[in-house]
Design a protein around this ligand. Structure first.
Ligand code: FDA
Length: 310
């Protein structure tokens, strides 16, 4: 990934004006490409995607897209959408696993309300056997996310886990912190533009950190998840698990909807647990921009698609 293009797309993803335009005009404008990464705008489309994924022997997590809400009303609306999503998931019989972001539930507006909102999701979630993963956002939110997670853990919530980012210099400590609790961690490289003071900048450094942290999670963690499409990293995780006689059902791999389906299928064929992260909803713009920024080739693809639409 080119650091400059990541910064550029990160800046675009934060543009309120572009975000408004994107949700006003919907996915149709960039449909051909955005649909590669996003299951659709409606819950029903996500459920259809989920059924297909399950029929291929994969696990899934549904993400109702949204982040950085500015008012308590927006946070309450996102919370209600998640509760509705859980009802739809239960009714449709697909796997009960969701992912969400704390800035979607109002952590920027009022921390206590955000915790209440999360409980409004975790409580019915526990009743209906849901697992809820808290995505990790940019480094301004790392500590507050882990503190909120720990608060809920102390209140005996166990149907919840968190994501940690290998590119952050602090993450080794955070992995230890989560392992001591016995909490489930999803390890990812990290998708945001971060300064060198807090995050490794070179791919080689991030990869080395991912491998180091993956070992800690496999050796001392609780059912860790490895969210990456990077073949050498997948190979390292597999080799370490094999060397330590860690069974394939003691951890899982996770990949994003629409990325490296070939690898997703291969891992299933080889007997690994493979979970696909399925995002959907009208607020797809920042997520989409992060996916573009990860791979400069995607930009050429979008430009071609836009030209074709003219
Ligand atoms: P890398 O970027 O090196 O890519 C390896 C290969 O994967 C590429 O060569 C290419 O083939 C393919 N690939 C990767 N990205 C692609 C793209 N956008 N388009 C096309 N091909 C692509 N981040 C975060 O900060 N917080 C979070 O909570 C999460 N959650 C999360 C969940 C899951 C299930 C996954 C898989 C990822 C995340 N991420 C995340 C995103 C993560 O931090 C990271 O940005 C992406 O996974 C890309 O990094 P890779 O590990 O795939 O490696």
């Amino acid at each position: 990934m080119h650091a400059g293009s990541k910064a550029f797309f990160y800046a675009l993803s934060r543009s309120a004006a572009l975000k408004r335009l994107a949700s006003k005009y919907g996915m149709a404008t960039t449909e051909s490409f955005a649909r590669r990464f996003i299951a659709g705008e409606a819950i029903e489309e996500a459920v259809d995607c989920a059924r297909t994924i399950q029929s291929e022997g994969m696990l899934l997590t549904l993400d109702y897209l949204g982040e950085s809400v500015r008012t308590l009303e927006e946070a309450a609306a996102a919370t209600r959408e998640y509760v509705r999503l859980m009802d739809v998931i239960v009714a449709s019989g697909i796997e009960r696993n969701i992912s969400l972001k704390l800035t979607q539930l109002g952590v920027d507006v009022d921390r206590a309300t955000c915790v209440d909102n999360l409980r409004r999701i975790l409580d019915p979630g526990a009743t209906h056997g849901f697992f809820v993963r808290i995505d990790m956002e940019n480094s301004a939110y790392t500590e507050v996310t882990l503190e909120i997670f720990e608060t809920l853990w102390q209140q005996e919530y166990r149907n919840v886990g968190v994501a940690l980012q290998a590119y952050l210099r602090r993450t080794e400590q955070d992995v230890r912190r989560m392992n001591e609790l016995g909490a489930r961690v999803r390890l990812v490289k990290g998708a945001y533009k971060e300064p060198a003071s807090v995050a490794f900048q070179q791919k080689a450094e991030v990869d080395a950190a991912f491998i180091r942290l993956a070992r800690m999670l496999l050796d001392e963690g609780t059912y860790p998840a490895f969210g990456t499409h990077d073949p050498p990293l997948l190979a390292h995780v597999r080799a370490h698990a094999l060397g330590r006689h860690i069974a394939n059902d003691q951890f899982e791999f996770q990949m994003l909807y629409g990325i490296r389906r070939d690898l997703q299928r291969l891992l299933v064929t080889e007997g690994y647990r493979m979970r696909v992260y399925v995002p959907f909803g009208r607020q797809w713009f920042p997520y989409f921009m992060r996916r573009l920024g990860e791979r400069p080739e995607n930009v050429t693809f979008v430009l071609k698609a836009l030209l074709r639409e003219k």
